[in-house]
Design a protein around this ligand. Structure first.
Ligand code: TMP
Length: 213
């Protein structure tokens, strides 16, 4: 398959969404291919509907395995409806979260196991992996504090989890960094927005020089 699949990962409150929006102000004019931005959970009508179920703070009784399967299900739909067609059309896809979120949050945060969660995701996506992943590194406590400050009344079900959960998720990401050093690159997300944007574009340029004009 042609095209380029780049994913953005990190703890809650790392600022991924803000940075992607900033990058998009200048990046498309620097590259040879059209760029599309998508997100998980979500990215298509069915996947957004699954997102609402997963993140609804009223769904407190959701079983951890159900949660992992719903994330995998929305991902399968997202891949087939949005990501694969865009790759076939030779586009660059930026996805705000993808499989590593499930490995870190469900695999490690929920104790389901990285290997087990990877297996259901490989089934859901037919083994579609990103070409490059940027990990937005921020201390989980700082990330949660940012969310509280920016959106004091609107935490979703996952964000409402205690700090101990988010610290496990962070450890999960550290494990993934060890497992996939070629694919996952670290961005210091505690820096200013301008600096985080510059770090991100520099990494993309270094890893995928062929996409630039
Ligand atoms: P967001 O805040 O980046 O929109 O993501 C929503 C929440 O879903 C966030 O707390 C991370 C969580 N999540 C998982 O637990 N597993 C996944 O596979 C994905 C994509 C997100």
């Amino acid at each position: 398959m042609s095209g380029y699949f780049i994913t953005f990962e990190g703890p809650d409150g790392a600022g991924k969404t803000t940075i992607i929006n900033e990058i998009m102000k200048t990046f498309p004019s620097q590259v040879k291919y059209p760029v599309i931005v998508t997100r998980e959970p979500g990215g298509s009508k069915i996947s957004e509907a699954i997102r609402d179920i997963i993140l609804d703070p009223n769904n407190k009784e959701m079983d951890d395995r159900t949660e992992a399967l719903l994330y995998a299900a929305q991902r399968g739909q997202h891949v087939n409806e949005v990501i694969k067609p865009a790759l076939k059309a030779n586009k660059i896809i930026f996805s705000d979260r993808y499989i590593d979120s499930s490995l870190a949050y469900q695999g490690v945060g929920r104790d389901l196991g990285i290997k087990e969660v990877k297996a259901i995701n490989d089934f859901a996506t037919n083994n579609l992996n990103p070409d490059l992943t940027l990990f937005f590194d921020i201390d989980p406590a700082e990330g949660l504090a940012r969310i509280k400050k920016l959106r004091p009344d609107a935490e979703d079900r996952l964000e409402q989890e205690r700090l101990a959960f988010h610290e496990k998720v962070y450890q999960g990401y550290q494990e993934l960094l060890k497992q996939y050093p070629e694919r996952i690159k670290v961005v210091d997300a505690s820096a200013s927005i301008t600096d985080v944007v510059a770090q991100s574009v520099k990494i993309i340029r270094k890893q995928l020089p062929e996409i630039f004009k």
